[in-house]
Design a protein around this ligand. Structure first.
Ligand SMILES: C[S@@+](CC[C@H](N)C(=O)[O-])C[C@H]1O[C@@H](n2cnc3c(N)ncnc32)[C@H](O)[C@@H]1O
Length: 280
C-alpha cells in the first residue's frame, strides 16, 4: 500500500524524461479528479492516506499510455470544454482552448439568433457549448465523418443537450440546410507540409482528416463555407471561423471579396491570429 504522496513521486519519476514537471502535475491531478473527483485541496488534505486501488491501477495504466505519446484526453476519455465534459476518442479532434475562445466570442455576440450551424463539428463541442448557454437556440452540427457524428450524438445524449448532428460533406453538390443566423466552422486548416514538425501525440492519435489540407489549397474549406454563407445565412447573419495563424489576412480578404461586412480578425490568448468573424 502506498500513500497518494508517494504515488505522485512515482508518477513524476516515471515520466520526467518525457514531460515537464508542470505537465506531469497536470496529468496527475486530472487523473485524481477522474477517479476520485478530488480537487487539489483534497489531495493536500489526504496525501498521506493509503491510495485507493482503482486510482493506483489507473495511474500505472496512464504511465504506460503517456510514454506511448497517447494524449491525456484519450486516456481520460474526455476533455473539459467550456464547462462541459466532452467525450473524445481517436475518431474526433480533441477540442482545443482556442476553440473555447471562439465559443466565447459567439456567446458574447448572440442576441436575436434562432439557428446555429457548425460545419466540421467533430465531437460536437461548439454547438453543444453554445446550446448549453442558450437553450432556446436551434443548433445543428455537420461532419463528413460518420464516426465523428456518432461521438457528437453520444455527447449530446450524455449531456442532455439537444443538438441535431447530420452526416454531410461540405463539398457535396447540394447542402440541405438554409435560414441560418450563425454559421461557424473550425475546419481542417493545417497544410500537410507541417506534419513532419508536429508532435507525435497529435499526428499519431488525431484523425488526419480533421487536421490537414493540401499545401496547394489551404483555404479550401474557408472558400466553400464563406461562399455557402452568402446563400444560407439570413439577413443580419454572422459567420465565425477558427483559422491558422498564418492565414488571417487571406481569410479577411476572402470574406471581404464576397461582400461580407464588419470583417474582424481576433488573436487568441497566445497573441496569434486565430478567429475571423463577419456579417452578411
Ligand atoms: C479541426 S476539426 C474541428 C472539430 C470540432 N469542430 C472542434 O472544433 O473541435 C475539423 C472537422 O471537419 C471535419 N471535416 C473534414 N472534411 C470535411 C468535409 N468535407 N465536410 C464536412 N466536415 C469535414 C472533420 O471530420 C473534423 O471533424
Amino acid at each position: 500500500m502506498e500513500s497518494y504522496k508517494s504515488l505522485k513521486k512515482h508518477f513524476h519519476q516515471s515520466l520526467n524524461d518525457v514531460f515537464s514537471s508542470r505537465e506531469i502535475d497536470y496529468f496527475f491531478f486530472q487523473i485524481l479528479y477522474k477517479i476520485l473527483k478530488w480537487q487539489k485541496i483534497d489531495y493536500v488534505l489526504n496525501q498521506e492516506n493509503f491510495s485507493d486501488s482503482e486510482f493506483l491501477n489507473f495511474l500505472n495504466h496512464a504511465i504506460l499510455e503517456l510514454k506511448l505519446n497517447r494524449p491525456i484526453q484519450h486516456i481520460l476519455g474526455y476533455v473539459s470544454f467550456y464547462d462541459l465534459e466532452i467525450k473524445v476518442n481517436g475518431d474526433v479532434l480533441i477540442p482545443r482552448p482556442e476553440t473555447e475562445e471562439l465559443v466565447s466570442i459567439i456567446v458574447n455576440d448572440l442576441s436575436n439568433a434562432n439557428t446555429l450551424l457548425d460545419i466540421g463539428t467533430g465531437s460536437g463541442c461548439i454547438p453543444l457549448a453554445v446550446k448549453y448557454k442558450f437553450p432556446h437556440l436551434n443548433c445543428i452540427g455537420t461532419d463528413v465523418s460518420i464516426k465523428a457524428i456518432k461521438v457528437a450524438q453520444e455527447n449530446s445524449a450524455r449531456l442532455g443537450i439537444d443538438v441535431d448532428f447530420i452526416h454531410q460533406d461540405v463539398f457535396a453538390s447540394s447542402f440541405p440546410l438554409d435560414s441560418i443566423d450563425i454559421l461557424v466552422s473550425n475546419p481542417p486548416y493545417i497544410p500537410k507540409k507541417e506534419l513532419s514538425s508536429m508532435s507525435p501525440n497529435v499526428v499519431d492519435y488525431e484523425p488526419h482528416s480533421a487536421l490537414f489540407v493540401p499545401d496547394n489549397n489551404p483555404l479550401m474549406f474557408y472558400s466553400i463555407i464563406a461562399e455557402m454563407g452568402t446563400k444560407i445565412l439570413n439577413k443580419n447573419g454572422k459567420i465565425y471561423f477558427e483559422i491558422h495563424e498564418e492565414y488571417g489576412d487571406q481569410i479577411v480578404n476572402l470574406l471581404s471579396d464576397l461582400n461580407y461586412s464588419n470583417v474582424l480578425l481576433f488573436q487568441d490568448l497566445q497573441g496569434k491570429n486565430r478567429i475571423v468573424t463577419a456579417s452578411i
